[in-house]
Design a binder for this molecule. Structure first.
Ligand code: COA
Ligand code: MG
Length: 297
């Protein structure tokens, strides 16, 4: 799966910000039709996104379009206008049931068939940002067109009546539930936005904590947030080297018939081997690691 360390939103009716995003070397560019766009600008946003998808060169950045929630009454036109311009994926906010995911996927499949594009080539990422979504996570996450779950922290807090604090302890249950569901279904998990976009210290702290929880990326809303977030979700040289050494030692001990062994004063067995493989997998997705290194070779 492609790396989605930073997912940058911009209002879909702002062509300048879309063009700006192309200069940022960001993993994902998500042109928004939902909450970043005023109600009286939705039509304009659809038109500008469709045109941008056709006219602009996105390079290595993934082209995503975020529609309005299924049931909002806006979703049908959102998806109908942007799909013919072939985005790489559709972001579905405030998903609450499998039926909603199936509805969007059905629309995408119809467009794929109509245009002769490979079925399932347009991917879906789903916003989990309400209490109901957390209750229905297992069903929502099971859909085969999904590549990732996106945790909407502010919307979730509003949905349960939580009071937001800098430590975000009030979000921990839902934030962890999203990572767990994503891991269970082999999906990426994309963490909440740090809305105070001028405070890069808070951004780095929140990104590091998200990575500790198991998130693979984070939503961002401003160019200044892209670099720090992509860095936070890329394994550093030291952890790549540690993972490499661990797998090398594991391979040697397996040959000697030893499952558990000691390395640098720590007991190493299967869970740590899997974690090390995960580190190299993320390094590879970020273009920092080329060699195929499985413990067998
Ligand atoms: N994507 C691309 N470019 C962006 C951007 C974004 N999300 N946010 C700001 N920029 C651009 C600005 O247009 C400006 O470009 P310029 O120097 O060529 O004029 C430059 O980056 C600096 O922007 P700045 O002046 O610091 O911010 P701002 O006051 O223009 O915008 C926000 C602040 C919050 C309104 C803006 O960052 C934004 O729209 N973010 C995305 C909001 C969104 O999509 N929300 C819904 C999803 S949660
Ligand atoms: Mg939201």
């Amino acid at each position: 799966m492609r790396a989605r360390r930073a997912l940058l939103y911009m209002p879909g009716d702002d062509r300048h910000k879309i063009e700006k995003a192309l200069t940022l070397d960001v993993d994902c560019i998500c042109m928004d039709m939902e909450d970043g766009v005023a109600l009286n600008r939705k039509t304009e946003a659809r038109r500008i996104i469709a045109t941008a998808l056709r006219e602009l060169t996105f390079g290595r950045s993934e082209k995503l379009a975020r529609i309005n929630a299924v049931g909002s009454g806006l979703e049908m036109e959102d998806i109908g206008v942007v799909l013919p311009s072939r985005p790489d994926g559709i972001v579905v906010p405030k998903a609450e049931s499998l039926e909603q995911i199936q509805w969007v996927s059905g629309k995408i499949e119809a467009a794929e068939l109509a245009h002769g594009w490979p079925v399932n080539s347009i991917r879906m990422l789903v916003g989990v940002e309400t209490a109901k979504a957390i209750l229905n996570l297992k069903e929502i996450a099971s859909h085969p067109r999904l590549d990732g779950l996106i945790f909407g922290g502010e919307d979730y807090a509003a949905s349960v009546g939580a009071v937001r604090t800098p430590e975000a302890m009030e979000l921990l249950y839902a934030r962890s539930a999203v990572v767990t569901a994503a891991a269970a279904f082999g999906l990426q998990a994309i963490d909440m936005v740090t809305i105070n976009f001028q405070d890069l210290e808070t951004l780095r702290r929140e990104a590091a904590f998200g990575a500790q929880l198991g998130y693979t990326g984070k939503q961002v809303i401003h160019p200044a947030q892209v670099g720090p977030v992509q860095e936070a979700f890329t394994p550093n040289d030291e952890s790549i080297e540690n993972a490499r050494r661990l797998l090398e030692a594991f391979g040697a001990h397996q040959k000697d018939g030893k499952g558990a062994f000691a390395l640098d004063g720590k007991m190493i067995d299967m869970p740590l081997v899997k974690a090390a493989q995960g580190v190299l997998e993320r390094a590879r997705a970020a273009g920092k690691w080329q060699t195929d290194f499985s413990p067998q070779n």
